[in-house]
Design a protein around this ligand. Sequence first.
Ligand SMILES: O=C(O)CCC(=O)C(=O)O
Ligand SMILES: [Fe+2]
Length: 267
Amino acid sequence: MSSPEKMASLAVVNYEALANKDAAEVQKLVTACQTVGMFYLDLRGPSTNAIFEDIPTIFKTGHAFFNLPHDSNEKTQSAREGMERGYHAGKGFEYYEIARDEYQLGKWVLPATFEPEKERITRTINSFHGAIQTVVAELCAALDIRIPELSDDAAVPSDTALKLLYKPPMHEPGHVIHPWHTDFGLATLLWYDEVTTQIPIYDKEGKQTDDWETVPVIDGTVLINVADELAAQSGGRLHSTVHRVVAPPGPKRVRNGIIYLLRPYKV
Ligand SMILES: O=C(O)CCC(=O)C(=O)O
Ligand SMILES: [Fe+2]
């Protein structure tokens, strides 16, 4: 059952403070990841501020790309079979995933529609990478978790990626457009400016119920959640967050999303 009036209350962690290893901020992060596994990261600060201008433009460009005919050269040439990277389309969804390793090494060919926004895309990948890498590094340091694969070097192959998501305006507000799941990898960063994410309500014994709460939007923040590999590496001390996605409120419209997946393991 969906209960849109139930709202989640998640911690807000400040990225600048975390990057400066502020002890109270690190503790807030650790507590959030040991409990719900999901929190807001406030990215209003000199090193990440540009994303607030860059992302609306990237969405607009994404729109132009996703609205190209399915048999257009840009789409067919961006499709890669059997892998997540590149362009993919299915029933009710499309996405375009840019692999960080190839992109940073200059080996990634952007579709022509995205080419004028290369600088913004680069800036966004760098900001998101710095943010999520800092989060995971601080968690690992605080809890003595060792992840040798956690490298900042783009020359080390990984499945870390920026993913642009597009869902056509098919569904009424609140309709589940991405069923519940946990994420693969270490952690996921989700650009968040519409109330589309829900997390389960747990009972007193910590068992997941059929009830959901909606995550409110907080300006200037992104959502971060712990994913399966980080929870496993922590020996169960960190919580890989169950979540699902619902259609945005208001009239039926396109759902634009952008996520950054920290996945240093090559699969
Ligand atoms: O569409 C979204 O907001 C996020 C989708 C998601 O949870 C995922 O791709 O893992
Ligand atoms: Fe997810």
